[in-house]
Design a binder for this molecule. Structure first.
Ligand code: NI
Ligand code: MN
Length: 228
């Protein structure tokens, strides 16, 4: 069984069938809804960062150093992390993927801002992305922060579990996210990037009603897991 655990906002731990450990969009230590702190994470193979905003990148450098995990992100974010002393890192870019020992990791398009938190000069400003993972035939899509994109239909038939933002304001809201489900046709969808702060307050049950029978909607609380 693979296990996805939500830590609130867009942060998930994914443990593969073979015990590989992936952390996506690490924001724990000053995340008001997180169930754990970065110091609780000891073993990690990969850290995936969809984009450089603080709420997706905050603990990535710290955790790459403390666990020795490989930080995977755009070339610019990886370069920034290396300039801050991260030893193990792997640059990718939108549309490109790489076969790591625990599975295939591909960066998908997202339409969103590209500032990198901590980069005072703006030298490392980059593109925002998302993730498509094939972990021994189990396929996961983490959309990152994005608007609804027609490109999402290219993932149709290729996603078992989709992690989609529903918070509105900075990303898709519930209606656009439900339309994304229509485009992608995943088996399961797990909403994220909502109820962390007031401007992205949403009712996930209302999102589930919008999705209807197009996919199974699994609503997690921070700390809860979904196995597949
Ligand atoms: Ni963002
Ligand atoms: Mn965000």
């Amino acid at each position: 069984m693979a296990r996805l655990t939500w830590h609130g906002h867009s942060c998930f731990t994914l443990v593969t069938d073979t015990g590989g450990r992936i952390l996506i969009d690490p924001w724990l230590d000053d995340n008001p809804v997180a169930d754990i702190r970065s110091s609780d994470i000891k073993e990690l193979d990969l850290i995936l960062v969809s984009h450089g905003h603080h709420d997706h990148f905050a603990d990535a450098i710290k955790l790459a150093k403390s666990t020795g995990a490989t930080l995977v992100s755009t070339f610019e974010i990886v370069s920034f992390a290396q300039s801050k002393g991260v030893q193990s890192a792997h640059p990718l870019h939108i549309g490109g993927g790489y076969r790591f020992p625990l599975g295939y990791v591909k960066m998908t398009p997202a339409l969103h801002g590209g500032q990198v938190a901590g980069d005072e000069e703006g030298v490392y400003t980059t593109q925002a992305g998302g993730w498509w993972l094939d972990l021994g035939g189990k396929r996961v899509y983490h959309a990152g922060d994005t608007a609804l994109l027609l490109e999402m239909q290219l993932l149709r038939g290729k996603v078992d579990v989709a992690l989609l933002p529903i918070g509105d304001n900075f990303t898709m809201g519930p209606e656009d996210a439900a339309q994304a489900v229509e485009l992608i046709q995943p088996r399961v969808v797990i909403p994220m990037h909502y109820n962390t702060f007031d401007v992205i307050k949403q009712d996930p049950e209302a999102f589930a009603r919008l999705v209807g029978d197009r996919a199974e909607v699994v609503i997690l609380k921070p700390g809860e897991s979904y196995e597949f």
